[in-house]
Design a protein around this ligand. Structure first.
Ligand code: XIL
Length: 377
């Protein structure tokens, strides 16, 4: 018995020594290899397992304390995917209809409206305490054939646009927090973009659209929304002049949306974005970051994800420090469903969760930036 006991004891001691030695050796290897290399070496699945979900509250809870909305663009079909719906309602308190309320999808024939997808998204938002941004009433893309190829008199064009806006905005009266009334009406050189609306109605289509939207839903905040006009350039100057002119005429406009579709190589200068938001504040206008994503040339390296996180952080900081910047909305939240790979060949990984719904560095930088803002306040 005593001999057996001693053998067992030796066995355990030797086992422990070997165990510790192996652990020490492996630890040494890990330190040497560096966490960065390890990250690259382990499989995608293992990576998901080792992502440490820090004990931070959901983004929406912190953002609310900071006085801003944080959100994402969504598609109706994706709301039935459990992981997708779960993260959305957990993390965000404002949603944008990515396609459901565009002219083509919502009004495919002269007398046919298709509200099913928008109804579903808006119901989802309401049952989860989220606001909705309606996107978009007047745009030159995703138009139905009967508008894009239509031949009408000026009066008929005006009636088409009025009826469309009154019907769509009226249908959701009181339920849409903010509308992108006019989208991308200015070209990069600062002139009015050549669109069916400009050609057939003239520049007045812009103010008409705002007036009708306001008539149909007096509570909704009405926005002009565009891309490539985040910093200071010919386009953002033209938008500034446009909205200033509208305000002087008494047109009901409440804000400017900065889309913020940007690339890792060429992000806007944060000081310029701050200056642009400030001059809009001086006009009494709100700003929403409406469609942010930061596309990366694929395959995305670890360093790229960190740089991307810094860009998200810089833009969020600018928004948090501006009194009139009230919403920070991204064009989706998971790289699994993003418009980028389909529209920018060779690019991807633009959002803050990866294609397995794991939070990326940008997610943590956003959380940390919100917390940092709260503690400074
Ligand atoms: C994109 C959608 O994400 C795509 O699904 C769709 O095929 C094309 O439009 N600026 C806008 C958005 O205002 O409406 C666009 O959305 C992206 C660029």
């Amino acid at each position: 018995m005593r001999l057996m006991g001693r053998k067992l004891l030796y066995g355990v001691i030797i086992g422990l020594i070997i165990g510790f030695a192996a652990g020490y050796f492996i630890r040494g290897m890990m330190v040497e290899a560096g966490i960065k290399e390890l990250y690259e070496q382990i499989s995608e699945f293992r990576r998901r397992m080792v992502v440490v979900r820090m004990a931070i509250p959901p983004l929406r809870n912190i953002a609310e304390k900071c006085g801003i909305y944080i959100g994402a663009a969504v598609e109706r079909s994706l709301l039935d995917i459990p992981d997708y719906a779960y993260i959305l309602k957990q993390e965000f308190n404002i949603l944008t209809t990515e396609n459901a309320l565009k002219f083509g999808p919502v009004h495919p024939q002269p007398n046919v409206y298709s509200f099913g997808d928008a109804d579903y998204i808006i119901n989802f938002a309401e049952s989860n305490g989220m606001r909705v941004r309606g996107h978009t009433l007047v745009w030159h893309q995703q138009l139905p054939g009967w508008v894009a190829q239509g031949k009408y008199t000026r009066e008929e064009w005006i009636n088409i646009l009025r009826e469309h806006i009154m019907t769509v905005v009226g249908r959701f009266r009181g339920r849409i927090y903010a509308w992108d009334v006019v989208n991308e009406a200015i070209a990069d050189d600062g002139t009015l973009r050549d669109t069916v609306w400009l050609r057939n109605i003239g520049p007045e289509y812009i103010e008409m659209a705002f007036r009708w939207a306001h008539e149909a839903d007096p509570q909704a905040l009405l926005f002009y929304n565009d891309y490539g006009a985040e910093g200071l350039n010919a386009k953002s100057d033209a938008i500034y002049n446009l909205v200033k002119g509208l305000l002087e005429k008494g047109v009901p406009i409440h804000g400017v949306g900065l889309q913020m579709h940007i690339s890792l190589e060429n992000p806007p200068n944060p000081q310029e974005v701050a200056a642009n938001i400030k001059r809009l504040n001086e006009l009494g206008l709100e700003v929403h970051i409406t469609e942010m994503d930061v596309r990366i040339r694929m395959p995305a390296k670890w360093e790229d994800l960190i740089k991307q996180a810094e860009i998200y952080r810089d833009i969020l900081r600018v928004c948090l420090t501006a009194d009139n910047c009230k919403a920070f909305v991204m064009w989706g939240f998971t790289d699994k469903y993003s418009w980028i790979p389909g529209y920018f060949s060779g690019y991807g990984a633009a959002l803050i969760f990866d294609e397995f719904y794991a939070p990326k560095p940008a997610y943590y930088y956003i959380a940390a930036t919100l917390i940092e803002h709260l503690t400074k306040k």
